[in-house]
Ligand binder design. Structure first.
Ligand SMILES: *[C@@H]1O[C@H](CO)[C@@H](O)[C@H](O)[C@H]1NC(C)=O
Ligand SMILES: *[C@@H]1O[C@H](CO)[C@@H](O)[C@H](O)[C@H]1NC(C)=O
Ligand SMILES: *[C@@H]1O[C@H](CO)[C@@H](O)[C@H](O)[C@H]1NC(C)=O
Ligand SMILES: *[C@@H]1O[C@H](CO)[C@@H](O)[C@H](O)[C@H]1NC(C)=O
Ligand SMILES: *[C@@H]1O[C@H](CO)[C@@H](O)[C@H](O)[C@H]1NC(C)=O
Length: 342
């Protein structure tokens, strides 16, 4: 789907698209009971404002903050640049999906730990078959690749857009979770984040954590050990995305599909690696210069735990609870399912 040729990141995307289109979500997922969709928003919460992450922390290395950050400093379009019509400041764009192709961009650099965000407003109306993805990934062509995914699965007008998350460590994924959120992601802008440090990965929206994946290396489980790029794409997931693949994309009826994206200036706060397989420069033996590697981010706060439990009610699929899946797919349930989640 993506035009090949120029960018190294293209390979990663193509690989990802192929993988993603094969991710057939289990029947149990489809049968899973659906939490009632309520358009209510959180009144207030006391978790920290995500903006703190884009400010210089005391002790941050100066080189990291000297560059002005807009789209062009960080990202490039990896296919169909005309499907990503950036404004003149490089701080806003539409991502356009139509018969002519998909839209996607990826970071120039790879990072090992950091906080990655995109501010997005998803396609309104009937977005059946579409997938909007924001994710980090090492080279997806390698069998041991690492990846952290947020994917929004389009739906019919009035039906909830589903947020699916997944985590690959050393090539092993199968960790899908799905949430039908407490707001409609096509109603307005929200900032979606992936925060990855040596203790855990936290995935969430605005200031609300939705999912946590702990570093369980101390218990013998693998954790991320490669540099990852940051990617964003809007593409056709007809085969699997909407209502289990029953409703395909219809460009004539519902297209073009447009996701509005902004917030690039603060979208990458990460430790840049020179090469994917050499992350030593980002593994600090002593005190780290990066704020996401310092308290309070090394463990969940009481309030975050409280919010995670609150978010549970919006979960419509959890791989750890899908007991029919593992025997059917001849796999064993990922080991973290047997541990305390957080
Ligand atoms: C990704 O991995 C594949 C397979 O090992 C390799 O052919 C390709 O060059 C790699 N891409 C990059 C950008 O390193
Ligand atoms: C983009 O930058 C311009 C110039 O600084 C500013 O006026 C505008 O509000 C920004 N737009 C967004 C969406 O951030
Ligand atoms: C779409 O809407 C249906 C019906 O409300 C719901 O069961 C499903 O979770 C929603 N999301 C997807 C991706 O199908
Ligand atoms: C939404 O679009 C799909 C085609 O993608 C179509 O099959 C479906 O009937 C539409 N739903 C509504 C409620 O219009
Ligand atoms: C699971 O393993 C059994 C026995 O080896 C085999 O017959 C079956 O086809 C496998 N199923 C899948 C989905 O791979």
């Amino acid at each position: 789907m993506a035009r090949s040729g120029n960018a190294a990141v293209t390979l990663t995307l193509v690989a990802f698209l192929c993988v993603a289109s094969l991710l057939v979500v289990s029947e149990a997922a489809l049968r899973a009971s659906v939490a009632p969709f309520e358009r209510r928003s959180l009144e207030r919460n006391t978790w920290q404002n995500p903006q703190v992450y884009s400010q210089k922390c005391p002790g941050d290395p100066d080189w990291y903050w000297t560059k002005p950050k807009n789209f062009w400093n960080l990202y490039k379009s990896y296919c169909n640049p005309q499907h990503l019509p950036l404004n003149r400041y490089g701080n806003y764009s539409e991502m356009i999906l139509n018969q002519q192709g998909i839209s996607g961009f990826g970071s120039y650099s790879q990072y090992f730990t950091g906080r990655f965000t995109v501010k997005a407003k998803l396609p309104p109306g009937n977005s059946s078959g579409t997938v909007f993805a924001f994710y980090t990934s090492s080279n997806g062509s390698k069998p041991d690749h690492d990846e952290i995914d947020i994917e929004f699965l389009g739906n019919e007008t009035g039906k909830p857009i589903t947020m699916q998350t997944n985590v690959f460590v050393n090539g092993m994924g199968n960790r899908e979770m799905r949430h039908n959120l407490w707001f409609d992601p096509s109603d307005g802008y929200h900032e979606y984040f992936i925060q990855w440090n040596s203790a855990m990965v936290l995935i969430g929206v605005d200031s609300i954590p939705i999912r946590v994946f702990m570093n369980n290396e101390a218990h013998g489980l693998p954790y991320f050990n490669k540099g990852q790029g940051v990617f964003c794409s809007l593409w056709d997931g007809s085969k699997w995305a909407t209502q289990g693949g029953r409703i395909h994309i219809d460009y004539e009826l519902n297209g073009p599909f447009i996701t509005q994206v902004t917030g690039f200036g603060r979208s990458i706060n990460g430790c840049r690696v020179q090469s994917e397989r050499n992350v030593l420069g980002c593994q600090y033996p002593g005190p780290t210069p990066f704020c996401w590697e310092r308290p309070p981010h090394l463990r969940l706060t009481r309030n975050q735990k409280h919010l995670l439990r609150w978010v549970d009610q919006f979960c419509v699929y959890d791989y750890c609870k899908d007991n029919l899946r593992w025997p059917r797919e001849n796999m064993t349930k990922p080991a973290e399912c047997n541990m305390i989640p957080y």
